[in-house]
Design a binder for this molecule. Structure first.
Ligand code: ZN
Length: 273
């Protein structure tokens, strides 16, 4: 459970953490139950992995809050967020909405800048492709909070795995979120994994700086003679453990693709070797 912090805690969001910790899911997937105080209906964001105990925990939280589930939303289509979609949909009869129509149940896909309103609980949809093509964030204006899915995690940087993950769109999405955070009052991030982030703007700035630095590093090792994906992986990441090897390769491919798209011929060549 994510501990609330007095004065800054979201009033309208409860986290139910799935018991699926791993190198990729950190301490587990966060399922968020969103509700307007005293409302009769709520929203569930990211049902989580295919795990009956987790679905039961989410439904118990919904009951504690005293609501019925009116809508199920997805931040993106990865299995650790969507494995429980059909179980939760079957139990609640609530429609499911995502940016990818393939994940929708009984309704239409989410649109960028769309406003969602369930019994006065207002959310704004922000398309933030990059981690996946279908990634979205949900702004909860009355709590000054942003549900970020895997676009921004509670700690560390999220995986951009080629080909669904793309670095160019990811940087654009982070910049959009950065401008959004800078334009408003303080923004609390409610991520898909890890703890909530109280200060959104500096966290986004740190992530952006990290990404730019990584791209510079990749560009440097290409200049220094790395000519294949494996050589770039070794030079930038050392020897990732077996659990991470595949995803680090996909991440380096995403970095190379981005550098190639900005005119780096060495990156274009290394990408396919
Ligand atoms: Zn995830």
């Amino acid at each position: 459970m994510i501990e609330a912090v007095e004065g800054v805690e979201p009033q309208r969001a409860r986290c139910v953490k799935a018991l699926n910790p791993s190198v990729l899911t950190l301490d587990g997937t966060n399922t968020w139950v969103l509700f307007e105080p005293d409302a009769e209906r709520c929203i569930v964001v990211d049902p989580g992995p295919d795990d009956a105990a987790h679905v039961a925990a989410v439904l118990a939280e919904v009951e504690r809050v005293g609501c019925e589930v009116a809508l199920i939303l997805l931040t993106h289509g990865h299995a650790d967020h969507t494995g429980a979609v059909d179980a939760l949909h079957a139990k609640t009869k609530a429609p499911v909405r995502a940016a990818d129509p393939a994940w929708c149940r009984g309704t239409v896909a989410l649109q960028d800048r769309e406003q969602i309103d369930v019994d006065g609980l207002v959310l704004h949809v922000m398309a933030t492709p990059g981690h996946t093509a279908d990634s979205v964030c949900f702004h909860l204006p009355r709590d000054g909070a942003l549900l970020t899915g895997d676009t921004i995690l509670g700690e560390g940087s999220s995986l951009i795995a080629w080909p669904d993950g793309r670095v160019g769109p990811y940087l654009k999405s982070l910049k959009r979120l950065r401008d959004f955070a800078a334009a408003g009052e303080s923004l609390t991030l409610l991520p898909g994994h890890g703890e909530l982030v109280l200060w959104g703007l500096p966290a986004i700035d740190t992530l952006l700086a990290h990404r730019v630095k990584r791209l510079e590093q990749v560009s440097e090792v290409l200049d220094a003679g790395a000519g294949t994906v494996d050589e770039v992986v070794a030079a930038v990441y050392g020897l990732p453990g077996p659990a991470l090897h595949e995803v680090v390769i996909a991440q380096v491919q995403a970095q190379l693709e981005h550098l190639a798209s900005t005119g780096n011929g060495r990156a274009a060549e290394a990408m396919h070797r």
